[in-house]
Design a protein around this ligand. Structure first.
Ligand code: PNS
Length: 169
């Protein structure tokens, strides 16, 4: 028996990090595709205390859990700190990010190179489904706040939560 045969098989893990305020169909598309490529996908709400969200971190996590439960291999968490430290703690070697357009690439490349330089973690870019290439949580919130229809851009549970939140304001 060689040394490798006695070792536990390594789970292939990846993280899809983000603000998810709230999760959109664009995020869900990337998470679903990552869940087919990896054994375990961590969807992690990165806490940014200087940015006040429309939804609390717990509300975001709850919505993400509801809409990703169908995938079966997705875990949802939050983290306050550097993404590379989170990856180390969870033994995650890969970050999966969606790229919507060339305009995303500059900043995403900088972060990927910084993160790789810090700990060696790899970033894999998945091209966004063209249906969602214009989609962001910020735009959805702005359009919805002015009464525009965003129902086709969000999972039903998220659309309901957003409508309720905007009515409360
Ligand atoms: O959904 P967003 O806001 O585009 O996600 C950006 C996010 C949260 C993934 C990014 O800001 C991040 O990784 N933040 C964690 C703090 C960190 O590690 N910063 C250094 C990046 S090189």
């Amino acid at each position: 028996m060689t040394g490798t045969e006695s070792e536990e098989p390594q789970l292939r893990r990846a993280v899809c990090p983000g603000s998810y305020d709230p999760i959109t169909n664009g995020h869900l598309d990337i998470i679903g595709r990552a869940s087919k490529l990896y054994d375990e996908v961590y969807v992690t709400v990165m806490i940014n205390k200087s940015k006040k969200g429309l939804f609390t971190v717990d509300e975001r996590i709850d919505l993400i859990r509801q809409v990703t439960s169908e995938f079966g291999n997705v875990r949802v968490e939050s983290f306050h700190g550097l993404l590379v430290d989170y990856c180390k703690q969870r033994d995650i070697p890969a970050i999966v990010k969606g790229l919507r357009a060339v305009s995303d690439f500059d900043y995403e490349l900088q972060m990927a190179q910084m993160n790789n330089g810090l700990t060696g973690v790899e970033t894999l870019f998945v091209p966004t489904n063209p249906t969602y290439s214009f989609l962001s949580s910020s735009l959805v919130k702005e359009v919805a706040a002015w009464g525009g229809d965003v129902s086709h851009l969000l999972p039903d549970a998220v659309f309901d939560a957003l409508s309720r939140r905007l009515r409360e304001q």
